[in-house]
Design a protein around this ligand. Structure first.
Ligand code: TRP
Length: 366
């Protein structure tokens, strides 16, 4: 059977990627890549989208394009199997967004919950850049230009995929079946949906200094793990502890597998037993943090090593991205040919049109 799945996803290059990105999406992408059950897979760096709220800071975006590319390769994405590219280098995406803008109302954009919260977070209430307000439309173009069927992203991106689906339906209804409806693929482990920061705050964010980066050293990570937020009521080791909202346990939920106990902490058979002991009392935070640190290092050390290797040849990374952009552009160009034909704006490659019009005018003259 021929494989029909087209997987596509991307990240805004506004900083190095952290373990929230990793459990939320990166780890899954590498698994999908390795499973090979797809016709095509695209992973891209959404630099144009990053500029929608960093327009005054192009240097930051430029620096982080290469950081994100290195993080991708370090995690194990393989340019032989996945097309890695940079959004701004695909002009077809602008063209498609331009057409999609006619299919979306202002009030529909205003209802997009992700855009709503992001506008608040950025203090944009008074002067929202049009490009930021309409980024769900350009994101729909990112997805549909490559005929993506499957979009592995975090939960926060759900409204974007819904909006893209609506645009596809409306386009196909008006212009005839042309575009493919995408489906979101969420992480299957709920602890991975939104990994909190090391301080227990809702989200990892560079400005809060509560992220563990994929590219940081084991020493840097050690400090962060040791100062992680746990249970403020767990004062003495003998006190009963709470695991809800306890960041160490949330991270264990996201990273720990039963074999880690055999390897690093044979006193317990699995995470449930460890949690039960913590809740009963008699188990200190430091022991749990050390266990978490070992698990994190096991997962992150190969990523750190690969990154160091890739960093040795930066020109090769740019060359790989350039080739990826070229390949991606060829795919988007094909979709745009179909889009223009469906929208009846393909004036010069339609011999019938020209003949028909010639006939119409000549007939009316006689
Ligand atoms: N909005 C996504 C983010 O903030 C990045 C992104 C842009 C994306 N276009 C996309 C993700 C298309 C998936 C598909 O991370």
């Amino acid at each position: 059977m021929t494989k029909s799945k087209v997987i596509l996803t991307g990240d805004r290059p506004t900083g190095r990627l952290h373990i929230g990105h990793y459990v939320g999406s990166l780890r899954r992408r590498v698994e999908l890549q390795n499973a090979g059950d797809y016709a095509k897979m695209f992973v891209f760096i959404a630099d144009a989208q990053a500029l929608t709220d960093n327009m005054e800071n192009p240097e930051k975006v430029r620096q982080n394009v290469i950081e994100v590319a290195l993080d991708y390769l370090a995690c194990g994405l393989d340019p032989e199997r996945v097309t890695l590219f940079i959004q701004s280098q695909i002009p077809e995406l602008c063209e498609l967004s331009f057409y999609f803008m006619d299919l979306v109302s202002v009030s529909r954009l205003q209802r997009n919950p992700t855009v709503k919260t992001e506008i608040q977070m950025r203090g944009f209430e008074q002067s929202i850049p049009v490009g930021f307000f309409t980024y769900p439309i350009s994101q729909a173009a990112d997805i549909t230009a490559f005929r993506a069927t499957t979009v592995p992203v975090g939960e926060d991106q759900k409204p974007m995929i819904e909006q893209a689906t609506e645009i596809v339906r409306r386009f196909n209804y008006i212009y005839g079946p042309t575009l493919v409806e995408p489906e979101i693929m969420l992480p299957d482990n709920s602890a991975c949906l939104r990994l909190p920061g090391t301080d227990g705050k809702a989200k990892m964010s560079k400005s809060l200094g509560n992220c563990i980066y994929l590219s940081e050293t084991a020493e840097e990570m050690h400090k962060k793990v040791m100062s992680m937020y746990t249970d403020p009521t767990h004062l003495a080791v003998s006190d009963p502890g709470h695991i809800e909202g306890n960041t160490v346990f949330t991270y264990l939920d996201a990273f720990c597998r039963p074999e880690h106990f055999a390897e690093y902490w044979p006193d317990y058979a699995n995470l449930d037993e460890l949690k039960a002991h913590y809740q009963r009392g008699g188990l200190g935070d430091v022991k749990c943090k050390k266990f978490l640190e070992k698990i994190l290092n096991e997962e992150l050390e190969p990523i750190r090593q690969r990154r160091l290797e890739y960093q040795k040849d930066i020109p090769a990374i740019y060359e790989m991205l350039r080739k990826g952009c070229e390949a991606a552009r060829a795919v988007a160009a094909e979709t745009l040919d179909d889009v223009r034909r469906a929208m009846k704006i393909n004036y010069f490659d339609d011999a019938d049109l020209i003949a028909e019009q010639a006939k119409r005018f000549n007939a009316s003259q006689n």
